[in-house]
Design a protein around this ligand. Structure first.
Ligand code: SF4
Ligand code: SF4
Length: 199
């Protein structure tokens, strides 16, 4: 389960650049204009054109760093090429957003093991959540999961409000994030992370 807001768990490697990749413009949630995760951003230009508001993109986009950009995955597996965006949701919770349905389980496992190795010295045991392509989640909400045959979690659907209320910490976060989204839409000047006018 996860909350699609900006991440600061890892920082970008000085030797990596996003280049032509815009994968997280689909997979990521954007709080400032309430873009759900796993839905193409309305500011994405035509194929290959990238972000149409790049110089004015909101803080969520500026802060976002996937595991590849952080240098934690091999160079050849940039998300748009690998078909999967890995991100740290917390220090131990890894998300894998599949961009295409044909990404093999072996590839996912290979890359997850690379990430596990990258934290080996800390003794941390990572947990993987795989989210199928197109499975949307409202900013602030969470995805319900089931374990697959390899013991990894697989997102199944967005939680209902009733289900959220069974997890007090998630419900509190949900309410907090939704209040910030609302504040962004109704009180632009007061929103601390805002860098563009909310459409
Ligand atoms: S998915 Fe990673 S490499 Fe691709 S645009 Fe986003 S941060 Fe950059
Ligand atoms: S605003 Fe730009 S950088 Fe942010 S998600 Fe949309 S297209 Fe990507």
């Amino acid at each position: 389960m996860f909350t699609p807001t900006a991440l600061t768990v890892v920082t970008a490697s000085p030797t990596r650049q996003c280049g032509e990749c815009t994968a997280c413009c689909t997979t990521g949630g954007v709080l400032e204009f309430d873009k759900p995760s796993n839905a193409p951003c309305k500011h994405l230009g035509a194929a290959g054109a990238g972000c149409s508001i790049y110089d004015h993109r909101p803080g969520s986009c500026r802060q976002y760093t996937c595991c590849w950009l952080a240098g934690a995955l091999p160079e050849a597996y940039r998300p748009d090429k690998a078909g999967v965006v890995f991100e740290f949701r917390t220090e131990t919770h890894i998300k894998a957003y599949l961009l295409r349905a044909d990404v093999s389980a072996d590839r996912i496992e290979f890359l997850f093991q690379k990430l596990q190795k990258s934290v080996e010295k800390t003794g941390r045991q990572l947990q993987l959540e795989i989210t199928p392509p197109g499975m949307q989640c409202q900013v602030g909400s969470i995805l319900m999961c089931e374990k697959n045959a390899q013991g990894h979690m697989v997102s199944t659907r967005e939680a209902t409000l009733e289900e959220l209320s069974r997890y007090p910490e998630h419900l509190a976060e949900y309410q907090q994030v939704r209040a910030r989204v609302e504040g962004c839409q109704t009180e632009v000047a007061g929103y601390r992370a805002l860098e563009i006018n909310c459409p």
